[in-house]
Design a protein around this ligand. Structure first.
Ligand SMILES: NC(=O)c1ccc[n+]([C@@H]2O[C@H](COP(=O)([O-])OP(=O)(O)OC[C@H]3O[C@@H](n4cnc5c(N)ncnc54)[C@H](O)[C@@H]3O)[C@@H](O)[C@H]2O)c1
Length: 253
């Protein structure tokens, strides 16, 4: 018996990193999964690796209302329903406020926050018609704490918390649960790119200060996301879940 037997999930940003891990883990737990991404070749390869009976890929830019309509329609066409949405797609741009191009700030908010809002908006009708569902929004530890150079990223991830709580209030009566997940450092392309631009940060010191003194593997986040997607989390909504190796538990001295 899988934790997600019979469930159908749409996962955004599924071509690599944590989205790819979520797709594989969800399929292993019995779900059928549609992954969306702007990286078509990588996304198709992930879906092919899982197998068409369990996973399909759809080209999906989360900032596009039209793409959202297609992604949700294709999910229902492929597997008959939609029970779970994981709003995982995200981008990070690192620059001090005074040096940041306003277009970059807007792009980060557009993908990380507006994209998440568009997704919730799109799945409410089919989830309501299907008797309910679970929406998992991927925020970050930067949804709880700011960081120099991450004004756009942090603002977008704080925003996801407010969106999650409001949506949970609104959608509870329809049987739709909405929660947010807040990973710390996870070894993905995003983390590697951030490490290259955030040259002032002492990476080794950062890791040593953590109660769990290492980066997470993506699947360690996938297990939490799968729990929230499953019926095991049936009384949990509007809540925030850290998976940060203890980073936010104290100052590390
Ligand atoms: N890696 C970390 O340490 C970390 C920590 C906390 C939170 N997060 C969050 O986890 C999520 C996944 O990040 P990751 O580390 O796997 O990064 P990643 O860069 O490896 O993967 C992100 C995926 O999102 C896709 N994407 C970007 N813009 C998109 C768009 N407009 N439409 C659809 N897809 C788009 C990318 O193509 C990519 O496949 C993000 O929301 C990120 O902010 C990451």
């Amino acid at each position: 018996m899988g934790r997600l037997d019979g469930k159908v999930a749409l996962i955004t940003g599924g071509a690599r990193g944590m989205g790819k891990a979520h797709a594989r883990h969800f399929a292993a737990e019995g779900a059928r999964v549609v992954i969306g991404d702007v990286l078509d070749d990588k996304g198709r390869a992930v879906a092919d690796g899982i197998g068409a009976d369990r996973c399909r890929f759809v080209h999906h830019d989360v900032t596009s209302e039209d793409d959202w309509a297609v992604a949700v329609d294709e999910t229902i066409d492929a597997y008959g329903r939609i029970d779970v949405l994981v709003n995982n797609a995200g981008i990070l741009r690192h620059a001090p406020v005074a040096a940041m191009d306003p277009a970059d700030f807007r792009q980060v908010v557009e993908v990380n926050l507006v994209g998440t809002w568009l997704g919730i908006r799109q799945v409410v009708p089919p989830m309501t018609a299907g008797g309910g569902g679970s929406i998992v929004n991927i925020s970050s530890i930067e949804g709880f704490a700011g960081a120099a150079g991450l004004s756009a990223y942090s603002a977008s991830k704080f925003g996801v918390r407010g969106l999650t709580r409001s949506a949970a209030q609104e959608l509870g009566p329809a049987g739709i649960r909405v929660n947010s997940v807040h990973p710390g450092g996870v070894m993905t392309s995003m983390a590697l790119a951030a490490a290259q631009t955030m040259t002032g940060v002492d990476g080794g010191g950062f890791l040593k200060s953590l109660p769990i003194a290492r980066f997470a593997e993506p699947v360690e986040i996938s297990r939490l996301v799968a729990f929230l997607a499953s019926d095991e989390a049936s009384y949990t909504t509007g809540a925030e879940f850290l998976a940060d190796g203890g980073l936010l538990s104290g100052p590390g001295y």
